[in-house]
Design a binder for this molecule. Structure first.
Ligand code: GLC
Length: 741
């Protein structure tokens, strides 16, 4: 349909039909076995509301989508199709590692290819819009939704935001392309104290310099929708924040697509205390140019009255409705209301060999080797190799796909035990659960029972029986691999924690195993940075596996047995303890830096009982090779606007095994009109090095990469001295300098 036809259609619509397009209901309102809670009645919407509703939340399944669309269109006066939207965050049926792991690949090109495959799998089963990518900058490990985000750095997160949107769009062919919705706009990843849904409050200067870039990258890459976040921005909830949604998103960034709220966020304006009732909440959201009300009856029941009373104009309703119609038109729904939804294609693409291989490869790049004392890894899988005991709640668990893979079939997950059995055979390998994941599952609430996620077993073996079996297995082995981690429900939405260490029963088991004196390899399954200080000495090696996804077991085995040389590098800082949170590498110096201050030891910016630095810093990760960085060269030593400054470094693989180095480039603006972080990532390169190979790695810095949001409310660089750093992580760096003229 062309634009004129859309306008003509709009002209035929009644006000109620226009308002209906601005309402998103869950599948329960259409009689589907939906993922969300509560049928129509509980939501308080009528059948008439359903009959004019514009979009559906989290219903998938080609047959179900077709059934709902057919039933809906039969009752629709103007035959405007529904659009089906769902959370396909880091995988549909084939699940990739959680985005913290995807970020750890430092490989946006690979992730772009992965997201193209995700799109093909999801659209075959009826999804037309995905509520992804989530790209909130995260710097507080207490927050449960770290798992969904690429990391703590705005530049790196922006690179992934672009790649994910481009991947979802693919080549634009309907069967390989899905519309996407960047979220959660904006600043949701910075809740005070890391507590879920808590207040976010910071200066505009910081907000713009450190939190907005990834969303803008997604908008610039062409994401079709933007989702409002639950939090406030300078005291106004995002869903009612006209400055954020209209001035910045639409005015400054030129975004002209639909803005959809997060789940029930319009009604939550009452809870926030900025609206006295649903009518007020509706008016505020509409005035902020929020187009779609997800999962509340506010727009459905209040908007007509607001228009009748002149508090919301018909032009506002028309503009919002047109943005929704344009989305449906872009998806081709007026010509084909099912888009590419096809049970036949679903069989063909779901968990296809290509997708499973892709998930395994990506997972292999996402794993981060944090410790490898005495090169205990890789393990020898050959005939003369060690007998391996695999112990822990994650030894044979399929709960390795993470909290936000709600449409995935976890029965397809490859467990560690599956993979070890394949590699070692039953005679050289055994596994034991060893202990429960948690001492007390009640902290998980009852959510785990609803989505089929095991929350422990009531009638299983006793704790003593579990431990006795595990210790016997360990005693008979040459090396012990401990598969430990958070329960899958201890991260994700609603998963904020104040204790970010490994769960108690697992630490007890690890200590008992350590007493046997065997080499211990710890494989971690978690959705956030953990505080590992209290277990590090009990392990010779530590491999961070995140929630590794469908192919997780195989990818972990690939690294443990040396088929893959780990190249993953952290995109979030791992603390010594939770007291350091929020913790991130891009800190400001302060007037009394812990190192180099003119003041005496006590009176500098530090803790008495912990270091300032991370236990494992941003950008950190080990490999089976070692590399030497030398000969940092910084071009002419000066840079003018419009020029490029060449920076190069020689990287040598000092080992006899090929590997990948993630060469990272940081800058520091030494003196500016606002304090600037001591380090800011500005570029990186993944470099494959053959055994003993030396490569000169080159970067180019432009004046535009030195800009920041200035007191004059503009993006600008300021002439002066800059430091430039290059190295394998944010700690071990070669330093140089240049002048911006
Ligand atoms: C949830 C999440 C959001 C998700 C939405 C729809 O509360 O905050 O990320 O897309 O609801 O499921």
């Amino acid at each position: 349909m062309n634009h004129e036809d859309l306008l003509a259609l709009l002209g035929k619509m009644t006000l109620k039909e226009k308002v209906g397009q601005l309402v998103q209901l869950d599948g329960g309102c259409f009689g589907a076995g939906d993922m969300s809670t509560g049928p129509r009645e509980k939501l308080g919407v009528t059948q008439e509301d359903v009959d004019v509703c514009g979009s559906v939340l989290n219903v998938l399944g080609a047959e179900e989508v077709r059934r709902i669309q057919d039933t809906y269109l039969e009752r629709s006066r103007l035959k405007i199709p529904l659009v089906f939207m769902a959370d396909v965050i880091y995988g549909y049926q084939t699940c990739y590692p959680i985005p913290l792991g995807l970020g750890a690949t430092w490989d946006p090109d690979l992730i772009r290819d992965d997201y193209r495959l995700i799109a093909g799998e999801a659209v075959a089963d009826g999804c037309m819009v995905t509520f992804s990518p989530p790209v909130d900058v995260v710097r507080d490990a207490r927050w449960g939704r770290c798992l969904e985000m690429p990391g703590e750095d705005p530049y790196l997160s922006s690179r992934f935001a672009t790649a994910m949107v481009e991947g979802f769009h693919g080549d634009g062919a309907p069967e390989r392309s899905i519309a996407c919705c960047v979220k959660h706009f904006a600043g949701y990843g910075a809740p005070e104290a890391g507590r879920e849904y808590n207040t976010v409050d910071m200066s505009e200067w910081r907000f713009r310099n450190e939190y907005l870039a990834p969303y803008k990258a997604a908008v610039d890459a062409g994401c079709e929708l933007v989702m409002t976040s639950f939090n406030t921005v300078e005291g106004i909830p995002a869903t009612a924040n006209k400055w954020l949604m209209d001035d910045v998103l639409r005015g400054e960034w030129g975004f002209d697509g639909p803005v959809i709220t997060d789940y029930a966020a319009v009604a939550e304006l009452i809870g926030h205390g900025v609206a006295a009732n649903a009518r007020e909440a509706t008016r505020l959201a509409m005035n902020a140019t929020v187009d779609i009300d997800m999962k509340t009856p506010c727009y459905a029941h209040e908007l007509e009255g607001l228009v009748a009373d002149g508090e919301v104009s018909m032009e506002q309703v028309d503009a919002a409705c047109l943005r929704v119609l344009e989305l449906k038109n872009k998806l081709g729904l007026f010509e084909n209301p099912y888009r590419t939804c096809s049970p036949e294609r679903r069989v063909e693409v779901t968990c296809s060999p290509e997708r499973l291989a892709s998930a395994r490869k990506t997972c292999g790049e996402a794993l981060v080797l944090l410790k490898n004392e005495g090169d205990v890894l890789p393990l020898d899988a050959g005939e003369d190799g060690p007998r391996v005991a695999l112990i822990g709640p994650y030894a044979n668990s399929r709960d390795i796909i993470g909290m936000w893979a709600i449409h995935a079939d976890k029965s397809r997950s490859v467990t560690l035990a599956d993979a070890f059995e394949e590699v070692l055979g039953p005679e050289r390998f055994g596994w034991a659960k060893g202990c429960e994941t948690l001492d007390d599952y009640s902290e998980l609430g009852d959510f785990g029972k609803y989505v089929g996620i095991t929350s422990g077993v009531d009638d299983g073996p006793s704790a003593d029986e579990l431990e006795t079996e595990a210790l016997a297995l360990a005693a008979a082995a040459d090396v012990v691999v401990m598969a430990l981690g958070e329960h899958m429900l201890q991260s994700g939405e609603g998963g904020a924690r104040t204790d970010i260490t490994l769960p108690a029963p697992q630490k007890r088991l690890l200590a008992r195993v350590r007493e046997l004196g065997k080499p211990v390899v710890l494989v971690l399954f978690n959705g956030r940075p953990l505080a590992l200080t209290d277990v590090l000495d009990d392990c010779d090696a530590v491999l961070e596996a995140w929630f590794p996804g469908t192919a997780g077991g195989r990818a972990v085995a690939d690294v443990l047995f040396g088929d893959v040389n780990p190249s993953g590098r952290l995109t979030v800082s791992f603390p010594h303890n939770v007291g350091q949170e929020p913790l991130y590498y891009a800190q400001f110096s302060t007037g009394r830096p812990a190192k180099g201050s003119a003041h005496s030891g006590r009176f500098v910016s530090r803790y008495m009982d912990a270091p300032n630095e991370a236990l494992f810093p941003f950008g950190y990760g080990l490999s089976y090779h070692t590399a030497r960085y030398e000969n940092l060269c910084v071009g002419t030593g000066s840079l003018r606007a419009g020029e490029k400054l060449r920076v190069s470094v020689d990287v040598t693989n000092e080992s006899q095994v090929a590997g990948i180095e993630v060469v990272q480039l940081y800058i520091h603006d030494v003196a500016a009109s606002r304090v600037r972080p001591m380090l800011e990532l500005r570029d990186f390169a993944r470099v494959e090095l053959a055994a003993s190979e030396t490569r000169t790695v080159e970067f180019e810095i432009g004046e535009d990469q030195l800009r920041f949001w200035t007191p004059e409310h503009a993006w600008a660089s300021e002439p002066g001295s800059f430091e430039v750093f290059v190295g394998p992580n944010s700690r071990d760096l070669l330093a140089g300098s240049f002048e911006l003229i």
